[in-house]
Write a protein that binds this ligand. Structure first.
Ligand SMILES: CC(C)(COP(=O)(O)OP(=O)(O)OC[C@H]1O[C@@H](n2cnc3c(N)ncnc32)[C@H](O)[C@@H]1OP(=O)(O)O)[C@@H](O)C(=O)NCCC(=O)NCCS
Length: 175
């Protein structure tokens, strides 16, 4: 799969374009996060936690800080409509997939898997991909396991004002 600026077809046959995020695309990331998070984390985080994290993480300033620290963002579009986003960075030969979110109305159309490839590919080569997932986000666990990730441990994390113990998933890459 090619790196950035990828056009492909979803399972429904619609054209999907994935591009690196500039300033305009970051506004789509923020808009999508507010649309996706309340559904994705319903029953996993409280509405207060979701609101607090959205407020802390999804600001232009914070996303710019993440970009300055080496996080690369990709946004997926069906036609002109933003439908998902991903971000990742590389540290010491390990790619850390930090964000992967698809609009609930468009999940199950292989957008997530395309977005993951487009997010990770620009950072290759690497020996391994790692990510953290909330222990109660079982659909995400199943998705990552389906793609070949395995859980290798748990890690304490701080998000917004809360501390959690997230599941650490890993997939070794063959050279
Ligand atoms: C997790 C997420 C990114 C997956 O994206 P998606 O577009 O719905 O998934 P895809 O359609 O690309 O699925 C790719 C493959 O994984 C499988 N899969 C997806 N979700 C699955 C699940 N819950 N259980 C089992 N298999 C699953 C699909 O069947 C598909 O299989 P195939 O390769 O045989 O066709 C998306 O559902 C999402 O944004 N969820 C909410 C946010 C979230 O939890 N993000 C992860 C934070 S760590």
């Amino acid at each position: 799969m090619s790196v950035a600026d990828m056009t492909t077809k979803t399972a429904a046959g619609t054209s999907l374009t994935i591009i690196p995020a500039g300033k305009k695309e970051m506004s789509h990331v923020i808009m999508l996060a507010h649309r996706i998070w309340p559904t994705a984390y319903e029953g996993i985080l409280t509405p207060e936690q979701i609101g607090n994290m959205l407020e802390r993480i999804y600001t232009y300033d914070n996303l710019q800080k993440e970009t300055d620290a080496g996080h690369q963002f990709q946004v997926a579009y069906l036609g002109n409509m933003p439908v998902g986003y991903g971000s990742a960075y590389i540290d010491d030969d390990i790619i850390w997939l930090k964000k992967l979110y698809v609009d609930p109305n468009y999940q199950g159309q292989r957008i997530g898997v395309h977005l993951m490839h487009a997010t990770v590919s620009p950072l290759l080569p690497a020996s391994e991909i790692r990510l953290l997932a909330n222990p109660n986000n079982i659909p995400a666990h199943r998705f990552y396991e389906h793609l070949g990730f395995t859980q290798i441990g748990t890690v304490p994390v701080k998000m917004g004002d809360w501390e959690f113990c997230d599941c650490l998933f890993s997939m070794k890459l063959t050279p």
